[in-house]
Design a protein around this ligand. Structure first.
Ligand SMILES: Cc1cc2nc3c(=O)[nH]c(=O)nc-3n(C[C@H](O)[C@H](O)[C@H](O)COP(=O)(O)OP(=O)(O)OC[C@H]3O[C@@H](n4cnc5c(N)ncnc54)[C@H](O)[C@@H]3O)c2cc1C
Length: 425
């Protein structure tokens, strides 16, 4: 190990931190570090909360119950379909396959029942911290109205699709995540916006809905700046070392020195992580959204439609429909067919839905093979902290990650076993 010894204290007055990436994860790290007295600079070529970030266009679910990784038992049988059908819930772009082999090999290894249970435990341990961490940030940034604590819903059209959720329900119970099973009548009462075609539902009462995730991140960033933080619009291109310790982040907009460096560049973190001492199989699980006008009766909360694997968010400016997973190069051109193919199913599911497309978007979920994020000190450098790879749950886990990163920076015990979140897992 090299680097500056970490101080066992809360106030870090006078010490400087550079955070690479200003999405929900980076901004949350910046805010929690700032609370401890660090002087923080965030570096990002994109405006926090803007469409260039995955944190902008997600489905807004602050989930209390998504404990399932992407790689599930039996996923191996789906690989041919993933390659053949670009609009399926899991798809792989052919030309990207050779590069994806190491990731997929590890992904398939993690899909055993035993490994899925271990990943589920690590995801759940983070989820149990979400409410407290969000509470702090919403309170301090004055953004309470942006998150509605009204639970989330998964709906099923058939007995078979509901029966297929048995393993998920087992994992929820094992990990103390509350849920209720609803029948047709209860679904109708809870969500009058839905067509009466759903036989079963799972209601997760502890989840919340962020009604405009991009605007929330922008508001968090405004608060950070108002409290003395700096945001530099630039891309971190390199890191310079002094006496073997990473010290300076080199950007097109100048060099930025810090006692502490936090890497939170989402799906773009892989190369910088390698420079900073951590080799990771990080890929982009790309996902899309399309915005439609608000229907006459808006759904009350985030809903996942399990038979077709799409979700809807009652966003403050319209109904957002989000899609499943596409493995492709992070910056490959979008393939909007997959999200557009969901619109007829949304119309079938939601009463009087007008399908006029208002906008369409592609985002990149930063993902490791077992869907468990990296939240860790660098294995090589004490003054480097890593916070990326939050996959389908970055909006959910961002603030809790920021809190843990601040604990690590201060040398405090964060009260969670961080072993599963190491890069060298
Ligand atoms: C369709 C879809 C639906 C989703 N729904 C949900 C949901 O309902 N709930 C949930 O919890 N999660 C959801 N997610 C996942 C969630 O959006 C992500 O996990 C989360 O946004 C990741 O946050 P981040 O800060 O790591 O990444 P980002 O928001 O992508 O931020 C990373 C930032 O790093 C910057 N960056 C990149 N390279 C550099 C560099 N070299 N130097 C400086 N900065 C750099 C980028 O410009 C970017 O601003 C969804 C994702 C998608 C695609």
């Amino acid at each position: 190990m090299t680097g500056v010894p970490v101080q066992d204290q809360t106030s870090q007055d006078g010490r400087t931190a550079v955070v690479i990436g200003g999405g929900i994860v980076g901004i949350s790290c910046a805010l929690f570090l700032q609370r401890d007295g660090w002087t923080v600079t965030v570096i990002d070529p994109a405006e926090p909360g803007s469409p260039d970030q995955t944190s902008y266009g997600n489905a807004g679910s602050i989930s209390s119950s998504s404990v399932m990784p992407t790689a599930l038992p039996g996923v191996i049988k789906q690989v041919p379909k993933m390659l053949a059908d670009p609009t399926g819930p899991l798809a792989i772009q052919w030309r990207y396959l050779p590069r994806l082999v190491p990731f997929l090999t590890s992904f398939l290894r993690y899909s055993s029942r035993e490994n899925v249970e271990a990943s589920g435990r690590a995801i759940a341990a983070m989820i149990h911290r979400v409410s407290d961490a969000y509470g702090i940030l919403l309170e301090e940034t004055g953004t309470r109205e942006m998150v509605v604590p009204n639970g989330s819903l998964k709906v099923y059209k058939t007995d078979q699709s509901f029966a297929a959720s048995a393993f998920e329900r087992e994992l929820l119970e094992k990990n103390d995540c509350r849920y209720d099973v609803l029948n047709e009548d209860e679904i109708r009462q809870l969500e009058p916006a839905l067509q009466p075609i759903f036989k079963h539902a799972i209601f997760m009462p502890d989840s919340s809905t962020a009604v405009n995730p991009g605007r929330m991140v922008a508001r968090f960033a405004e608060h950070f700046v108002a409290k003395g933080g700096t945001i530099v619009r630039g891309e971190a291109r390199d890191v310079r070392f002094r006496d073997g310790t990473p010290r300076t982040v080199v950007t097109g907009a100048g060099d930025h020195e810090g006692d502490l460096i936090v890497l939170a560049a989402g799906a773009w973190s892989r190369e910088l992580a390698a420079k900073l001492g951590a080799r990771v199989l990080l890929e982009a699980e790309r996902g899309y959204h399309v915005m439609l006008p608000k229907p006459p009766v808006m759904p009350n909360r985030f809903i996942t439609f399990m038979d077709r694997k799409f979700a809807t968010l009652p966003h403050e400016v319209g109904l957002r429909i989000t899609s499943g997973v596409e493995y492709a190069k992070v910056d490959a051109p979008p393939d909007y067919r997959r999200i557009r193919s969901m619109i007829p199913f949304a119309q079938e599911s939601i009463r009087d839905l007008d399908a006029t497309e208002q906008s369409i978007w592609l985002g990149r979920r930063p993902t490791l093979p077992n869907s468990v994020p990296v939240i860790s000190r660098s294995p090589k450098h004490d003054n480097v902290l890593l916070a990326f790879g939050h996959s389908h749950l970055g909006l959910t886990m961002g603030p809790a990650t920021g809190q843990i990163i601040a604990d690590l920076a201060a040398g405090r015990d964060s009260g969670i076993d961080l072993t599963p979140y190491r890069p060298d897992r």
